[in-house]
Design a binder for this molecule. Structure first.
Ligand code: HEC
Ligand code: HEC
Length: 330
């Protein structure tokens, strides 16, 4: 009897020591820093057309996360991210040479935006999206915009607050979040006359709708987006501006729980006027996609109709008071 008790005690102690050691290892390891990469040459010559296109893409893809309360892109606290990722701050991406990206080359920017790895090897996890599938031309446009005289990008000498990733994020960097490979061949512009192919590009490349709209940020497949867990089925937990939990919508063509019984007009007003078929205004972090052309909206709609239906009844919580933080739900 005594022997068994002692054995159990030692086993428990051993488990505690091993688990403690693992936690300590994760804490010390932090977010991985890899060997400084060999960065291929990438040139993004600025043309007026590229700056226009880059501004449009950035207005959907970059500004919302990087804009501070003074309309400068010096970074902010990303309150909408589920807090299990830690306390996450975005970075200063103004022209400042010291605090922003003023001294980065086009190639370094392209490499980081595609893979998540900086020139010194420091990796940026999930909370900075990766633009692995963006066409070369769109990537050049984004970089041309980053170099442009957009007042939001004017050099601002404000240091970035370093993110404080949680143990969970550090653990995910060990098992799931890895730098994406840099493409070995140029990524062509999609054929804008093939609505389904163009729509797939918009949902998985240019506008990344699938990241929020799949089941779980931690289970995204950035290499092959359509293989993400619960692709476009919604239910991913995010936070509103008042820190209430909000669940992303099911945008598969399932008739009962997705957008299967919507018309293209319903979808266009969700994109352009930010309200859904039932008349509910769509809440942050879903944004009005006013910058999208009718052709883009049409392509996304056509593509979403081809995505496998998933029945997933998301709790839309239309009753939550968005102005009053609901501490009970956190
Ligand atoms: C979901 C929010 C989010 C979006 C969208 C986003 N970023 Fe970021 N970005 C971040 C966060 C958070 C960091 C800091 C990551 C870190 O420190 O590891 C970051 C870091 C960066 C950095 C590195 C800066 C440095 O000094 O190391 C650059 C460059 C950058 N972002 C550019 C962009 C561009 C360009 C876009 C749009 C194409 C974009 N970001 C979209 C959240 C975002
Ligand atoms: C930052 C995360 C995020 C991104 C990116 C995003 N969405 Fe959403 N989306 C949401 C959330 C959250 C909701 C639910 C809003 C609500 O309940 O008020 C939503 C709601 C919707 C709805 C309403 C569906 C319904 O049944 O009410 C549609 C349609 C939609 N999104 C399509 C898209 C498309 C298309 C894109 C890409 C162009 C996109 N979303 C990008 C977070 C996001």
């Amino acid at each position: 009897m005594k022997k068994i008790v002692r054995f159990l005690l030692y086993t428990v102690l051993l488990v505690i020591v091993v688990a403690g050691g693992f936690v300590g290892f994760l804490q010390v390891r932090g977010i991985p820093k890899y060997d400084a990469p060999q960065i291929p040459e990438f040139k993004a010559e600025a043309t007026p057309e590229r700056i226009v296109q880059g501004t449009k893409i950035a207005s959907v893809q970059c500004m919302v996360c990087h804009k501070d309360s003074n309309n400068r892109l010096t970074g902010r606290f990303l309150s909408e991210l589920p807090d299990n990722f830690g306390k996450i701050y975005s970075a200063n991406i103004t022209h400042s040479k010291e605090h922003g990206i003023g001294s980065w080359t086009d190639s370094e920017l392209a490499y980081f935006l595609r893979t998540g790895v900086r020139k010194n090897g420091q990796y940026a996890p999930i909370y900075m999206p990766k633009f692995a599938h963006l066409s070369d031309e769109d990537l050049k446009s984004v970089i041309a915009w980053l170099r442009s005289d957009d007042p939001q990008l004017q050099a601002t000498e404000k240091p970035t607050t370093p993110p404080v990733p949680s143990l969970f994020t550090k653990f995910l960097c060990l098992v799931a979040f890895k730098p994406l490979p840099y493409p070995t061949a140029p990524i062509a512009q999609p054929d804008t006359t093939n609505a389904i192919a163009y729509g797939k590009y918009l949902v998985t490349g240019r506008y990344d709708c699938y990241t929020c709209h799949s089941a779980d940020f931690a289970k995204l497949n950035m290499q092959d987006p359509e293989k993400s867990l619960g692709y476009c089925q919604g239910g991913n937990t995010m936070l509103t501006l008042a820190s209430n939990k909000i669940y992303t919508a099911n945008i598969t063509p399932d008739e009962k729980t997705g957008i299967g019984n919507w018309t293209e007009d319903d979808f266009r007003s969700a994109m352009h006027e930010s309200k859904n078929k039932a008349g509910h205004p769509l809440r942050f972090p879903m944004l009005p996609y006013t910058a999208l052309t009718d052709n883009e909206v049409h392509a996304i709609w056509q593509y979403l109709r081809t995505v496998p239906k998933i029945e997933n009844d998301v709790n839309r919580q239309y009753n939550i008071d968005l102005d009053v933080p609901q501490t009970a739900s956190k």
